[in-house]
Design a protein around this ligand. Sequence first.
Ligand code: ATP
Ligand code: MG
Length: 258
Amino acid sequence: MEKVIVVKIGGSTLGSHDTTLEDLVLLQKRGMSTLLVHGGGQQVSSWFSRSAIPSRFIDGLRVTDAEGLEIATAVLAGLVNKRLVLRIQALGGKTIGLSGIDGNVLWASVKKPELGYVGEIARVNTTLLELLLGKGYIPVLAPICSGIVGDGVSLLNVNGDAAAGEIAAAIGAEKLVFLTDVDGIHDDSGKTIARLTPAEAQNMIGSGTASGGMIPKIEACLKALTAVRQARIVDGRASHALLKEIPNGSGGTTIASG
Ligand SMILES: Nc1ncnc2c1ncn2[C@@H]1O[C@H](COP(=O)(O)OP(=O)(O)OP(=O)(O)O)[C@@H](O)[C@H]1O
Ligand SMILES: [Mg+2]
């Protein structure tokens, strides 16, 4: 199939100034295939606090108990996903919202027992995504997936970065772009690093220079780079950040082999 650009947007950049959705519609009008994976960390945290559930993270991943899983599913696959679809359609885009559950797109196992209902993606079924992309839709995917827990199947919360990296690898995307709330990966002095090899990026985690939410992002880049030429981490708060990525972006951090 035609080359696809996989875009991940974070909860923190989903504000009203974000031009990502406009950019997606513009790219669609130009005949380009894009697939959007979203996070929603801020929105989930806000609903956790309304239910008096503390937000706890281990290596950038949200600890999710049974009640937290219900909230994460309702917020990510419900509110956040539907608002994105609504806005893309209002801008004239052709899109459909889904989660990793729908069409069996994402199948996971429990990542670490101490994280609770958090999935580690084991398999991506690209059938539904390819069908939608082939028909000109922008799939908008919420990072909730299915997996075995105990002796039954369960919903699992999965980090949006991980979902994007796995999907980009499985569909052989042209490029993977992370739009986040920083202008790329910073070094120890806070300076943005323009380019990293996969080994150098891995070392950023090992040394502790990359922490929290940057850990799953780097891991997702490393996963995607088995099949994708280039992964980019850029500032999603900048106007038309996504449009400027096509064909080649500037600023931010590029992770690529060689
Ligand atoms: N070396 C680093 N360089 C840049 N940011 C870093 C680094 N180490 C940790 N971070 C943190 O990673 C954060 C980005 O990840 P975060 O998970 O918060 O956002 P997101 O993934 O875009 O959104 P969401 O989790 O809602 O999908 C930055 O805001 C920053 O605090
Ligand atoms: Mg994150």
